[in-house]
Ligand binder design. Structure first.
Ligand SMILES: CC(C)(COP(=O)(O)OP(=O)(O)OC[C@H]1O[C@@H](n2cnc3c(N)ncnc32)[C@H](O)[C@@H]1OP(=O)(O)O)[C@@H](O)C(=O)NCCC(=O)NCCS
Length: 183
């Protein structure tokens, strides 16, 4: 069977399976930080997270099976910057390249369909598989912070991906515009 992956909009029928991929509270917090009050979360609570403008949740599908999930969200008025969140792969399929492919599809969608120039995300330092996965598709650490999670202090990294092709095209366009305007 082909293992071709697509990203399609998330819907409530995906929520139960996605939430079942966090097999313990620690993984659940690595995935969602303090966004949900309690573990395990319910499908309706997942829908509530995505209730609002500027939220684009997606489900990754291979064949007829759902294998991953990601949220794309505009955190600012400036629509050239998007933030990734809630990245997860089916726990029985981790370490097989699905996370990397899901991120590549999301980057491609953000840059080529949504016109984004910069992608940001946050990851906990005690989540090496996620950190490695983000680095493998071109994210770089740009800062660090700490967060209280269930009464413990967790270190977090801020990461950034820059769409250099779009950035270079924009700069070339702006330069061209300036040269046209100059006497
Ligand atoms: C983070 C996550 C999405 C990664 O997905 P995945 O399908 O397991 O990752 P991949 O198999 O695509 O691996 C991508 C890269 O990370 C590396 N990697 C994956 N798991 C790793 C591990 N446990 N230790 C070290 N490196 C690891 C791979 O070697 C690969 O690097 P490469 O491309 O240089 O070879 C997955 O582990 C997950 O769902 N975790 C639980 C939820 C979570 O914590 N989400 C992150 C929220 S910020």
């Amino acid at each position: 069977m082909s293992d071709f992956m697509i990203l399609r909009p998330f819907n409530i029928n995906d929520a139960k399976a996605i939430l079942s991929w966090c097999k313990d509270k620690h993984t659940f917090r690595l995935w969602s930080a303090d966004r949900y009050k309690e573990y395990p979360a319910k499908p309706e609570e997942m829908m509530e997270q995505y209730d609002g403008d500027n939220m684009y949740p997606f489900t990754a599908v291979v064949g007829d099976e759902i294998v991953g999930h990601i949220l794309l969200r505009f955190p600012l008025e400036d629509k050239s910057v998007i933030r990734f969140g809630f990245v997860i792969v089916d726990d029985s399929k981790r370490g097989m390249g699905y996370g990397r492919r899901l991120l590549q599809l999301a980057i491609d969608h953000a840059c080529n369909q949504m016109g984004v120039k910069t992608i940001t995300l946050g990851v906990f330092a005690n989540n090496p598989s996620a950190l490695k996965c983000y680095q493998s598709v071109g994210f770089k650490i740009t800062g660090e912070d700490s967060y209280m999670i269930d009464g413990e202090k967790w270190k977090g990294y801020e990461m950034k991906y820059v769409n250099y092709i779009q950035k270079a095209l924009n700069e070339a366009f702006e330069l061209g515009q300036r040269q046209l305007l100059e006497p």
